[in-house]
Design a protein around this ligand. Sequence first.
Ligand code: ZN
Ligand code: ZN
Length: 349
Amino acid sequence: MLRQSLVEYAKPLKSTEAPTPAVSGSEVLLRVSHCGVCHSDLHLQDGYFDLGGGQKLDVSANRPMPFTLGHEIAGVVEAAGADAAAVKQGQRYAAYPWIGCGKCALCARGDEHLCNAPRVLGVTVDGGYATHVVVPDPRYLLDVTGIAPEIAGALMCSGLTGYSAIKKASAYLRAGPLLIVGLGGVGMMGLQFARAITDAPILVADIDPQKRAAALRLGASEVFDPADAGARRAIIKASGGGAGAAVDFAGSDKSLNFAQGAVAKGGAVVIVGLIGGSFSLPVPMFPLRALTIMGSYVGSLAEARDMLALVQAGKVAPIPVELRPLAATNAALDDLRAGRVVGRVVITP
Ligand SMILES: [Zn+2]
Ligand SMILES: [Zn+2]
């Protein structure tokens, strides 16, 4: 099989060739049809996440080189082990990439995406910037009938992340409307899922006027510029006391401060973004405001199924996609790094 592999951190990907894996047991071999290029691939290529304020999170351990990135995978079944015989050859699927060890308590309760011994496709085991990928069990193959194959993989990352965060926030909307902070790709998906799962009004805050205009087109009831000194007050006024829940899709000290300042008593902030920075709040404010602050990381396998059902029901507009061949994977990463990408680049091995 052909791959575009990481051979050294902070260096370009290289073409590598390896024997196409023979599958056994419950394993399934997918012929990759599409693999989305994601911002987190840039951090994996670097070997660290920038946490802001000069702090770095090293993510370079336990990744044997050459390593194949790519976690937004859709493909067609080419072979299956004896215990996966029910999977039909030629069937098209998206691969749920956030796979855990399958043995720990987190995995047992269905939170494989939080497992501490993960087998995440394209992050801790070889992924989809290749002609083939091994999926350890058919349970991670999700039916994407009716969904364009070029977006099916990306739904497993930005779609699932947006859906899971909105789902968490939706439990707090008794206290007021929903506020979305940051309308990048994930925030945009989140807004659409919010429209699909709640009747609550949706407020959107973003510093970019084009994104605010896009939010109104996608059904936001009101938009705000967080750089405007009066924005927080305007949100409190528009929501009659504050948002019930705010989802921070940016994840910086600024965005979190803004988000928490705009939620009502009894409300919650769900942090999704990973821009970085530090946050402090006087401890008594948590009980006095009955405030909840929580994080959300991708989403569970069950949530992935629920999210795909909403997409299949036509509740989510397709994201703009640009297709590129496998050999152009490194150029796609460079373009993403340089901010030259509009929508999503998807590799077609
Ligand atoms: Zn991703
Ligand atoms: Zn586990």
